[in-house]
Design a protein around this ligand. Structure first.
Ligand code: PMP
Length: 392
């Protein structure tokens, strides 16, 4: 029986980590997997997390089971940051539950949509590859549209066309900020149009917010999400703390539902609890508890915000250098200067990506996606020269 299981390709990006580790070249550059790196190439534990973990270590008296909803103190402490400090639950219409990372949140949001009767998911492409994998694994139909244009800006005609075409059984999955893999976000004016179009069409919005604070700031990066939720009766939100608290392997996320009526929230979430119970029973506690401790402590919030500001500023610095490089070889770096978050796409062919790796020791995804945080003031010129060389 089990020999019916056919060999599956390794996850390309995770395989790249291994290749990079095995490369003996001292000047190799890792622009593969999406983790933040300092100017020295490190991905350190946040000081705020270290302090929160210390407090957790000192005060935690039990590791007995929580429920499938996880740490609701964590889930609620995040809400003012996501939905706004004025009325974070929108009059009791929003509540959520903890999930294993943003991946668990996307999985649960899509499974909830399916349980509610959604048949098709609309999504701009390219997207985070796991989006399509999860949609397929759940047996949902994927409908795609082009996320961006050849000029490196968001394709508004495509997204508005998709929203208009979407039917009553459809949901649309949108990246709240720091689009993965393109770095091309909707402007605030774009979000205003998208929110109005979603309101008019009745399609169910699912906003994936995995990089809040890594684009322009915690408030700024929530603009689109808040704008859409302000217009519609119902929505799903998948959230990750793995980037903005640097907790990647601790798997910290949450899923939120917004209902038309506050009285409907518990029924909707009880489906989330049932789905979680059947999949992972309950989420891992540690990272979410550390986030809760930070968010409940003014001094720790300040430490965390300062660290997040530094990360963002470093990425803006790298982007400024990229943008200023202009056209080099066959690639125009200018649009990367104004893109947002960890990622951008360098328009290279598969062979050119391979040549970047083999000839120049530059590791990037096959799609040409780069993790901008892998660039430093010491290696950026080498990277640009390598691109110029392979595209000459
Ligand atoms: N959504 C998007 C758009 C992502 O890029 C990622 C992570 N790469 C996730 C969700 C999931 O993040 P996590 O590591 O928290 O599972």
């Amino acid at each position: 029986m089990l020999n019916n299981l056919q060999q599956q390709p390794a996850d390309a990006l995770l395989a790249l980590i291994k290749l990079h580790n095995e490369d003996p070249r001292a000047d190799k550059i890792d622009l593969g997997v999406g983790v933040y790196r300092t100017g020295d190439g490190a991905t350190p534990v946040f000081a705020a997390i270290k302090q929160a973990e210390h407090k957790l270590h000192e005060t935690q008296v039990s590791k007995a089971y929580l429920g499938p909803e996880g740490d609701m103190g964590f889930v609620h402490a995040l809400m003012p940051w996501i939905f706004g400090k004025q009325d974070p639950s929108m009059g009791g219409r929003i509540d959520g539950m903890q999930t294993p990372g943003g991946t668990g949140a996307v999985r649960l949001a899509l499974a909830l949509a399916k349980r509610a009767g959604v048949k098709r998911i609309w999504m701009g492409t390219p997207s985070w590859p796991n989006h399509a994998q999860i949609v397929a694994d759940l047996g949902l139909e994927l409908k795609t549209f082009a996320h961006s244009t050849a000029d490196g800006v968001a394709n508004m005609d495509a997204v508005l066309g998709a929203i208009a075409e979407a039917g009553a059984d459809d949901a649309i999955l949108l990246h709240g900020c720091c689009h993965n893999p393109t770095g091309i976000d909707y402007s605030n004016a774009d979000w205003d149009k998208i929110a109005a179009a979603i309101k008019a069409s009745g399609v169910l919005p699912l906003i994936d917010l995995a990089y809040q604070g890594l684009g322009y700031g915690m408030e700024e990066d929530a603009y689109g999400l808040r704008r859409v939720l302000g217009e519609v009766p119902e929505a799903l939100v998948a959230y990750s703390c793995d980037k903005n608290f640097g907790l990647y392997r601790d798997r910290v996320g949450a899923v939120y539902v917004m209902m038309a009526d506050a009285a409907q929230v518990n029924a909707a979430l009880s489906n989330g609890h049932a789905l979680a119970r059947a999949a992972w029973s309950m989420p891992p506690d540690h990272g979410a508890a550390a986030v809760r401790i930070i968010l409940e402590d003014e001094a720790l919030v300040k430490t965390w915000q300062d660290e997040l500001d530094q990360m963002r500023e470093r990425m803006l610095q790298v982007r400024a250098r990229l943008g200023a490089a202009g056209k080099q070889g066959g690639v125009d770096f200018t649009p990367m200067g104004s893109q947002s978050g960890l990622f951008s796409i360098v328009p290279l062919t598969g062979e050119q990506v391979l040549a970047m790796r083999e000839k120049h020791g530059v590791y990037m995804a096959g799609s040409g996606r780069i993790n901008v945080a892998g660039l430093t003031m010491n290696n950026i010129d080498q990277f640009i020269a390598a691109v110029a060389d392979v595209t000459a």
